[in-house]
Design a protein around this ligand. Structure first.
Ligand code: CAA
Length: 282
């Protein structure tokens, strides 16, 4: 399998990051969202990131122009008929992902691969909604995508070995290191990360420490680059909660019960950096 043309569906922080990484590696990338305007704005944001990288001397203008020339915002997923792989990077909502997967399946040519950047939802379930379940695979990037080295690869029950290995090689060609996870809720990274972030909310709710005390303790005590609240704000509290719910429902185990304070913040619309307020104000 050769992946020269890539379609990225969903151009938020994850989708835009994936598009940037693919374009940098030389793939022709189509970017689709709910409108052309949104996809174009995502490309502009990538342009701004690249400008920063030029200022820091990380890349030159020619390289930035080359990356941008590989990115084409399009009206909708219907333009994905010529891509070799479609990567879905929409919000963490099962109904939405199922609908988008069906649309990508209809749009893509026979033989093309469907990948999802889901951070917790069953690859097996998404694959079953398509006419090519053996060509569906999980490709879980970390945020911020251009910076983080890992792509967690997930094999659904129906994923063929050929698809899995080809997409794993693609992620490595894009400069990432891959790990391989079985298809259980949260896979590996979020199986461990989300209970930790959820527990930080419980500690805060019980008054064990303030937001900054807890963050400083983890940063300095464990040498993490960010404390749990800084990280939750980066990921987005709605995403943290959505993954917590997938773990809770998927394992039917009360130990994964989402914390009530986390739920309250999401109800308030305090979703983290993207809304200007989460545990911190931006
Ligand atoms: N996009 C592109 N580049 C970015 C970026 C972004 N959104 N944010 C930061 N960077 C780049 C900066 O440009 C900088 O690049 P250079 O070193 O080339 O100059 C580099 O990252 C470091 O950034 P800063 O100096 O501004 O800040 P920092 O040193 O504090 O690092 C960080 C920022 C990389 C985010 C770091 O704090 C970190 O690694 N935090 C942990 C991130 C993490 O755990 N991510 C995983 C989240 S979980 C997940 O994604 C899975 C899920 O499903 C929920």
């Amino acid at each position: 399998m050769k992946f020269e043309k890539v379609g990225v569906l969903g151009t938020g922080q994850m989708g835009a990051g994936i598009a940037q990484v693919a374009a940098k590696a030389g793939c022709a990338v189509l970017m689709a969202d709910i409108s052309l305007d949104i996809a174009e704005k995502a490309k502009d944001k990538i342009g701004k990131q690249l400008k920063k990288a030029i200022t820091k001397g990380k890349i030159d203008q020619t390289e930035a122009d080359r990356i941008l020339a590989h990115l084409t915002p399009v009206e909708s997923v219907d333009a994905f008929d010529r891509v070799d792989i479609g990567i879905e990077a929409a919000t963490e909502n099962i109904g939405l992902k199922l609908e988008l997967f069906k649309r990508m399946d209809d749009a893509l040519k026979p033989g093309a691969v469907l990948a999802t950047n889901t951070s917790s939802i069953s690859i097996t379930l998404l694959a079953a909604a398509t006419k090519r379940p053996d060509r569906v695979v999980g490709m879980h990037f970390m945020n911020p995508v251009p910076v983080m080295k890992l792509v967690e690869m997930i094999k659904g029950l129906q994923t063929s070995d050929e698809t899995f290995e080809a997409v794993r090689t693609l992620a490595e060609d894009w400069g990432k290191t891959t790990t391989s996870s079985a298809d259980y809720p949260g896979f590996m990274v979020n199986r461990l990360l989300i209970p930790y972030l959820n527990e930080a909310c419980s500690a805060l709710m019980e008054g064990v420490g303030t937001i900054s005390d807890i963050d400083e303790s983890i940063k300095l005590g464990l040498n993490h680059p960010m404390g749990p609240f800084q990280l939750a704000d980066l990921i987005g509290l709605d995403t943290v909660l959505a993954i917590a719910r997938v773990l809770h429902n998927g394992f039917a185990d009360p130990k994964y019960r989402p914390n009530a304070l986390l739920v309250k913040y999401v109800e308030a619309g305090w979703l983290g950096r993207k809304t200007g307020k989460g545990f911190y104000t931006y």
